[in-house]
Design a protein around this ligand. Sequence first.
Ligand code: NAP
Length: 416
Amino acid sequence: MNNIKKYPRIPEGGDVISYKDGELTVPDTPAIPFIEGDGIGPDIWQATRKVLDASVERAYSGKKRIVWVEIYAAGKSMEMFDEWVPDETVQAVRDFRVAIKGPLTTPVGEGSRSANVYLRQALDLYACVRPVFWIPMVPSPVKSPEKLDVVVFRENTEDVYAGIEFRAASEEAEKLRDFLRDTLGKDVRSGSGIGVKPISEFGTKRLMRKALQYAIRRGRSSITIMHKGNIMKFTEGAFKTWCMELARDEFGEIALTEDELWDVHGGRIPEGKILVKDRIADAMFQQILLRPDEYDVIIAPNLNGDYISDAAAAQVGGLGLAPGANIGDGLALFEATHGTAPKYAGQDKVNPSSLILSGRMMLEYLGWHEAAELVLEGLKKTVAKKTVTYDLERQMEGARLLKCSEFGRAIVDNMQ
Ligand code: NAP
């Protein structure tokens, strides 16, 4: 067994990010843990790290710098410590507050746990945040991909993903069936698998608060509650009601309902206000295709949020470029949204954009907007010059094929 300490020491020059009264205080040299990830993780992490370091160096002329600290999970952690997710990894994210990770292998088979899910649960990272926007020139299946620019806030801890499920004909399922029939008067067909869908006022309101705070900070003009409350009244319907209540009670000065928009403001959102609308989940899938420019921030329970984030990402050219973050109160873990693509491991081949754009989200979260802007600019220019990795090259006429590391270098060269 390797004797590297699992709990990282802060390298010289690094300072810890602090959090008080809902605000982060970010030193000029924050210590930020990274998990490089499995499969293609090391390749995309190397490219990402260089891009992020170069953007910070250029934006602040050396006055700010990220002090990277390696922590471990999944494959590399198993190799080194024979542990899937060491407690020290969870503790390090808690202590350092902001971290970034590559994709992690999920073991196949019953009873094996996903390191991703475990980290989200252990750290109570209740908001899965996925910005979806088009990078010019990226091949897309729709006519006007530039019209979609949304940020999905997906609830991360509840709903049918809470893990309360019983196999058909198991003792537990039968007990639950008996209870439902004998005590609550509800019949479930025999031989059914049964899952439970908890959605709470607490879980919903804290997500809505975060989504509204984000919309205000980023100058977004609307937030849409995506739900299936017409059918599931006490879970998804309650989700909508609680979101609306929170907007009214805590953001009454800013939040506007659709009725108020038309009755009082003649259909125009006044400067500084945020329109709160709701859409039934199935209609929402049509809406983002047919009227993409009417949507801005979207808030959804876990399952709807999972579906809509991938559908939206496909609309602008796929998951290979989609960034993501899991955010709690004063804690955030930024991550590539794709998997470990094991067949490409170690080939220096794949597209690092998902992790690079997640790193850009991290810079924004730190308040380092100038550096974040440079990352996006470098990436956009690199793609516009048609110098891209295999996944885009195979779809773009006249493109030049770059390796993963070359693509990262090109982004650095293309920053102002
Ligand atoms: P995957 O790793 O996302 O790969 C599926 C395909 O997507 C690849 O074969 C490749 O397509 C394309 N792809 C993925 N990342 C790419 C990139 N950076 N650049 C270009 N193309 C990319 O999905 P998977 O094969 O289903 O899952 C593999 C492992 O990853 C599993 O253990 C799974 O549990 C895990 N996983 C982890 C996470 C996470 O850590 N967040 C998320 C999802 C899956 P082509 O073959 O067409 O080139």
